[in-house]
Design a binder for this molecule. Structure first.
Ligand SMILES: NC(=O)c1ccc[n+]([C@@H]2O[C@H](COP(=O)([O-])OP(=O)(O)OC[C@H]3O[C@@H](n4cnc5c(N)ncnc54)[C@H](OP(=O)(O)O)[C@@H]3O)[C@@H](O)[C@H]2O)c1
Length: 244
């Protein structure tokens, strides 16, 4: 039984499908794009598991609570939470407003905190797994990524605290951090093609990661093989962020 936030599109969709292929029933959370979530849910069901698209805005604590109440009512418990939903404001620090800042802090670290809190009682007596999806902008500077970088850094710090506090309760908490991942969100960035070409040139693996690459890492962290991995950030960027 899994909840994937922002599971209708992009990386979240790939995670929902990967978990489904491994046998998980999935609540596919979405915010705006209901059609995409329903399409993903149909693909999840093709793996012979259950899928439920559920709308909830990750910026709204009451909607997060309602999402997990619904997941609990549907499944009667929960094994996996993937905090993947994202919404970025790409600006330099000079143009970032308080509203932009709050938007990104609420959508990313605060949402993960509230999802973890809401999921906790549903994971009682189970081998729970929580995975946050981060980005290497948490550690490195990327032009116009200051707000997201700070939000993802907070997300990764929270991952460590949750891992320590939830470990004794049988729950493992980790994060997967992507470099550039080939999704539609890249089309929002100016000069995306040139940026991606440069990234590939500097990536030891010789290509940009796919959503499936991220999903495979999430599945690994949810598997028994990863039981001794706690509070870690697994970077999946083809080696891009290694010092050259
Ligand atoms: N793409 C990359 O290059 C890259 C690199 C590193 C890390 N990441 C991380 O990977 C994750 C997924 O990224 P992506 O590229 O797949 O993003 P994306 O294609 O832009 O999709 C964003 C997803 O988040 C959902 N979402 C946005 N705001 C939401 C809200 N307030 N409440 C609930 N859901 C919301 C969207 O749902 P709706 O469609 O319903 O609005 C959508 O499913 C993010 O955490 C991102 O930071 C991405």
């Amino acid at each position: 039984m899994a909840v994937v936030t922002g599971g209708g599109r992009g990386i979240g969709r790939a995670i929902a499908l990967r978990l489904a292929a491994a046998g998980a029933h999935v609540v596919v959370n979405y915010y705006v794009h209901r059609d995409a979530a329903e399409q993903t849910a149909a693909e999840v069901r093709s793996h012979g598991v259950r899928a439920h698209p559920v709308q909830a805005d990750m910026k709204d604590p009451a909607q997060i609570r309602a999402l997990f109440d619904e997941a609990g009512a549907i499944f009667g418990g929960l094994d996996i939470v993937v905090s993947n939903a994202a919404s970025a404001v790409f600006r330099g620090t000079g143009e970032l407003t308080a509203k932009h800042w709050d938007w990104m802090m609420h959508t990313h670290p605060r949402a993960f905190l509230l999802c973890a809190q809401a999921a906790l009682p549903l994971m009682r007596g189970r081998r729970g797994r929580m995975v946050a999806v981060s980005s290497i902008g948490s550690q490195r500077t990327i032009p116009n990524y200051a707000g997201m970088g700070a939000a993802k850094a907070a997300l990764e710090s929270l991952t460590r605290y949750l891992a320590v506090e939830y470990g004794p309760l049988g729950i493992a908490v980790n994060a997967v951090s992507g470099g550039a991942v080939s999704t539609a969100s890249w089309t929002e960035l100016p000069e995306a093609a040139a940026v991606l070409t440069d990234i590939v040139r500097r990536t030891p693996a010789g290509r940009v990661a796919t959503p499936e690459d991220i999903a495979a890492a999430v599945l690994f962290l949810c598997s028994p093989a990863a039981d001794m991995i706690r509070g870690q950030v697994l970077v999946v960027d083809g080696g891009y962020s290694l010092p050259l």
